[in-house]
Structure formats: C-alpha cells, structure tokens
Design a binder for this molecule. Structure first.
Ligand SMILES: Nc1ncnc2c1ncn2[C@@H]1O[C@H](COP(=O)(O)OP(=O)(O)OP(=O)(O)O)[C@@H](O)[C@H]1O
Ligand SMILES: [Mg+2]
Length: 278
C-alpha cells in the first residue's frame, strides 16, 4: 500500500538537493523527511505540512502557516529554556516554492539520532515474550529487565516535568513523540536490528509540537500525563504496570507536581466514567 503512495512534490530548494531527502513518516497532517542542513554532513529533519487541496486556499494557507509557526515558536522557547527538544534550523511559512502553487509550509530542525520510545518498548516487550516462552529468565533477571523500563520511565517523567516547568503543554504525548537520543556512532545498525532486548541508554527528547500550547494550569498538565498513560496502556501492555515510575520522575525536584498529580486523579476518574458510559 505504501509503495503506491506518492507524496506531493517537495518545495524549493528541497526539490534539487543531493542526495534527495528521504521520506520517513507521513502522518495525516505532516510529512517527515531526513535531509541535510547547509553542510551536507549535518543531518536534519524536515517537517512539511502540505496544503490541503479540499480547503479554501486562503483558509488553508492561514491554518498551515499558523500551525508551523506555533510549532517553531514552541521549539525555540524550549531550547532557550534548556528543555530537550530539536533545535529549529530554518523554516518557511509562505509556501511560495514548487509547481502548482504549492501552499504548504515547512520546518527544518536538528536531527535526533535514535529510536522513538514506541520502538524501544516494542522491542523490549517482544524480547521479553520470547524469553518467557523458552523460560530463559529467572526471577532476578526478570526484575532486572523491568528495572530498566522503570528507569526509562523515570527519565521520561523528568523530561516532561522540565517541559511543564517551562510553561508548555504538549497536547499529544505518545511514545511516538518521545525519542531516545543514542550516542554517536550507533547509526551503523538500525536500533530495530540490534540484538537482545535493546539499549535504553540515552537522553529523552520530546518532538512534535504541532498541538502544543502555553499553559501553567494543573488541568492541562494532568491531561498531558493522562494522554500518555492511556497511550502506554493501549500500546505497551508489559510496560504499563510501571507507569507510576514515570510519575515518580515527574515529581522529582518539581514543586508544582503535587497539585498536578492530585489533578491527575480527577482526570482519571472522569476518564473512567466516560468509558463506562461509552
Ligand atoms: N527531529 C527529528 N529527528 C529525527 N526523527 C524525527 C524528528 N522529528 C520527527 N522525527 C520522526 O518522524 C516522525 C513523525 O514526526 P512528528 O511526530 O513530528 O510528525 P507527525 O506525528 O506526523 O506530526 P503531527 O502530529 O503534528 O501531524 C516521528 O515519530 C519520528 O520518528
Ligand atoms: Mg508525531
């Protein structure tokens, strides 16, 4: 199915760079390419928001533009505040380039070398299931493995706390929007193809600020945490039991966390009621 998909033509200048940018991901709203920055040895991520042919052209331009500008603003602010997010390298919100009156917008940012947390947890869970089948792990080894996930979760919680402390809520926290920045030189073997349960070493970097906004409200922060809790519950069943560790990391050295976590209890309660009704 994906082989039949043809992404829209790239805007200038990316339609004549060598090597051409490679398409990594295509969401409903954005296309993500790997390309290079001014210097061909510096990799960069290129996020393109194509225009939507079914929308009125003026409205479309306005929406596409405001989304990309707001994402870039968030990233720039967070870099200044020392939160781990990709730095902005360049952008265009006018969408002049390209044939057929291309009206989209793009954002070029620092390339983060490493897998998304979704891939890290999927790899670990697959490995754990395989070991369980052959009974290769004793109780102590299982506990040690679970300890690695707990540690990863604590670090994720700490990074989300730094985001919230900077006055930003993400709006779409999932394990696909959290990356694990692995050390230099690990590009040779794709993470998925490494042997064993997979490394969990590295810094957590938050990406995808398309739905982010400024807020210091406990409610908004609690919803951020709840959305991530639900995402982990539905995609990573073996890791879900350790979600509390993420909250431990969130609380660590973060005074405002107490009231946010109290609010999380309310948000969870509302979520349960809603799922009972629907
Ligand atoms: N800076 C980056 N470095 C490396 N890979 C990235 C980077 N940004 C994004 N990616 C990869 O591309 C994927 C899609 O990016 P992103 O989450 O920003 O787009 P999206 O989910 O399609 O966007 P939106 O939800 O705003 O429409 C990510 O899950 C990640 O695998
Ligand atoms: Mg995303």
């Amino acid at each position: 199915m994906t082989s039949e998909y043809k992404p829209p033509p790239l805007p200038s200048p990316f339609n004549n760079t060598l090597p051409p940018p490679t398409l990594l991901a295509q969401g409903a709203e954005a296309h993500l390419y790997k390309t290079t920055s001014l210097n061909p040895s510096i990799p960069a991520a290129l996020k393109i928001r194509p225009s939507k042919p079914y929308r009125h052209p003026i409205l479309d331009k306005k929406l596409t533009r405001s989304r990309i500008i707001q994402e870039a603003r968030c990233l720039a602010k967070l870099v200044r505040e020392g939160v781990r997010v990709p730095a902005v390298l360049a952008m265009d919100w006018e969408g002049q380039g390209g044939e057929s009156g291309w009206g989209g917008a793009w954002l070029m940012m620092e390339w983060i070398e490493g897998p998304v947390v979704r891939v890290v947890l999927e790899k670990w869970e697959a490995w754990m299931r395989a070991q369980e089948k052959i009974g290769s792990l004793d109780a102590g080894q299982i506990e040690a493995q679970q300890g690695r996930v707990k540690d990863l979760f604590r670090r994720i919680g700490g990074t989300i706390a730094s985001l919230h402390k900077a006055g930003v809520v993400h709006g779409d926290l999932t394990t696909s929007n959290l990356m694990l920045r692995v050390g230099e030189g690990s590009e040779s073997v794709p993470y998925e193809d490494t042997a064993g349960p997979g490394s969990m070493e590295g810094e957590i970097v938050i990406i995808d600020f398309g739905l982010a906004g400024q807020s210091i409200q406990d409610e908004d922060r609690a919803v951020d945490l709840y959305v991530l809790e639900r995402a982990i519950g539905s995609t990573h069943p073996l890791s879900e039991p350790f979600f509390e560790e993420l909250l431990v990391g969130y609380k660590h050295g973060n005074k405002a966390a107490v009231s946010t976590l109290r609010r999380l209890e309310d948000v969870r309660m509302r979520g349960r009621k809603r799922s009972m009704l629907g």
